[in-house]
Design a binder for this molecule. Structure first.
Ligand code: MTE
Ligand code: MO
Length: 451
């Protein structure tokens, strides 16, 4: 029995997503991995029903593109919602969205990314294998540098710290699969929203200082990174993931062998005691639990370097189709993205609200962010925000501003960044590729201005 009481759409979705789908779409929407309907088509009658379900008007309904799936029903529910995605329950971690238990994968809800420096508790987790055991004496941890070098190195953690000078930079680490859930047709892998990103303060030895000490041969082309994390199969001889970067990227001053995260030893979950931080590139190049850097005379070919792994197309392919291996290339710089971080999806704003203060972060892989625009009328008009310079290269940038709303009702705040080359976030994830990398459609946050 439905009560006489008017129920909000968001509340309805949290309580009974199937009924809400049926009400709005007149049928069941397809189910995402989390069991919450995500892809449906809102048609004329549905739009009217949705307005009724919201219990308020949709002031810019006439601008809503047909087929638009309302952001209020997207993966990230309002904070504290009864239903919806699973929440990670782990000591020392905030309520991250749990995508997979084994291996452990959890992303940060957009609205928890408001800190200039992401605290460890809010930093996303992306594991391909198991978390390694730490030795009783962490100082016995060894790092080997071998391959195309004149003097192979084998250094304990203590030796590394004694021999080299530490540098600290604020730098984002973003999973190559961030935004994967926005691809249609769906691609395989964890269905990340926008939250496989964090910007921490990393302290470490520049990788180039270590490579210079080892002496790169003229045949050195690429790095190959290895970590101590056991493979899911339990086979001790099988590396979990081993990616690398061209020597030029490895020699950049910001590419670190990090020992501290936000001023403290790196937590086990984030790669203690040593990890690579290769900023601006897919997070998979930032090897955790680092034990070896193998200098290669060709592009590295460890697990995660071939096929559809961390690779995108050279020439666009038919979404959902097939493409030859020769059309695939390694994904390098991550694309531009902005997030509104001060208002959670599904927030109800007090009656009488006519102006909304908005702020968040924006970043663009190896590039910087030139502009951030916000729309509350489904993209008909865009308001320019102010964007601060990065704290240092590879640190995300703070943006902020205000947007006006003419009346009560349901709005979507759309946030879109433009990088230093003039590239803008698209409306929908483009450049479809089999494993869904580099999806960066602009972010949408639903709000309700109460009557
Ligand atoms: N050894 C090892 N390093 C790894 C991984 C892994 O599974 N094993 N995952 C990579 C991927 S895909 C990402 S996105 C980042 C995630 O870093 P985080 O868990 O500290 O957020 O670590 C990278 N480094
Ligand atoms: Mo990743």
């Amino acid at each position: 029995m439905s009560s006489k009481r008017e129920r909000g759409l968001i509340e309805l979705y949290n309580d009974d997503p199937e009924r809400a789908d049926a009400l709005v779409f007149g049928r069941r929407a397809d189910k995402g991995a989390d069991g919450v309907g995500r892809r449906g088509f809102l048609k004329g009658a549905g739009l009217a029903t949705m307005g009724a379900a919201v219990g308020a008007s949709i002031p810019f309904a006439q601008n809503m593109p047909s087929g638009l799936f309302p952001a209020a029903m997207a993966q990230t529910p309002a904070a504290g919602a009864a239903a919806g995605p699973k929440v990670l329950k782990m000591d020392g971690k905030a309520d991250l969205i749990l995508l997979q238990e084994k291996p452990l994968n959890a992303e940060t809800p957009d609205h928890l990314l408001d800190d200039a420096v992401t605290p460890v508790e809010k930093f996303f987790i992306r594991n391909n294998g198991l978390v390694p055991e730490m030795p009783a004496d962490i100082n016995t941890w060894k790092l080997t540098v071998d391959g195309e070098v004149d003097k192979p190195l084998s250094l304990t953690l203590g030796e590394l710290l004694n021999r080299f000078t530490l540098k600290t930079y604020r730098m984002q680490v973003e999973c190559g699969g961030n935004g994967r859930s926005f691809f249609a047709p769906e691609t395989r892998g964890n269905q990340w929203g926008n939250g496989a990103i964090g910007c921490a303060e990393w302290t470490g030895v520049p990788l180039r200082d270590v490579l210079q000490a080892a002496g790169l041969k003229s045949s050195a082309v690429y790095t190959g990174h290895y970590g101590a994390d056991p493979h899911l199969s339990g086979d001790p001889n099988r590396p979990t993931i081993s990616r690398g970067v061209p020597i030029a990227k490895a020699m950049e001053e910001h590419t670190l062998i990090a020992v501290r995260m936000n001023g403290k030893p790196i937590p086990v979950m984030h790669g203690a005691p040593l990890r690579v931080v290769c900023p601006g590139w897919p997070g998979s190049t930032s090897q955790k639990w680092l034990t070896r850097i193998w200098i290669r005379d060709k592009e590295h070919d460890g697990p995660g370097m071939g096929g559809a792994s961390y690779r995108v197309t050279k020439v666009p392919m038919v979404p959902g189709g097939k493409t030859p291996d020769s059309n695939m290339k390694v994904l390098e710089s991550m694309p531009v993205r902005a997030l509104l971080t001060n208002i959670a999806n599904g927030t109800e704003l007090p009656a009488g609200t006519r102006e909304i203060a908005v702020r968040g972060h924006a970043w663009a892989g190896e590039k910087t962010v030139r502009a951030v625009h916000v729309s509350v009328d489904y993209g008909v008009s865009w308001n320019k925000m102010t964007v601060q310079n990065p704290h240092n290269k590879y640190a995300w940038q703070r943006w902020q501003g205000k947007v006006a709303v003419p009346s009560e009702g349901y709005y979507e705040i759309w946030t879109r960044a433009t990088d230093s080359d003039g590239k803008m976030q698209p409306h929908v994830a483009g450049n479809w590729n089999p494993q869904g990398y580099g999806g960066n459609p602009f972010q949408r946050v639903a709000v309700l201005v109460k009557a």
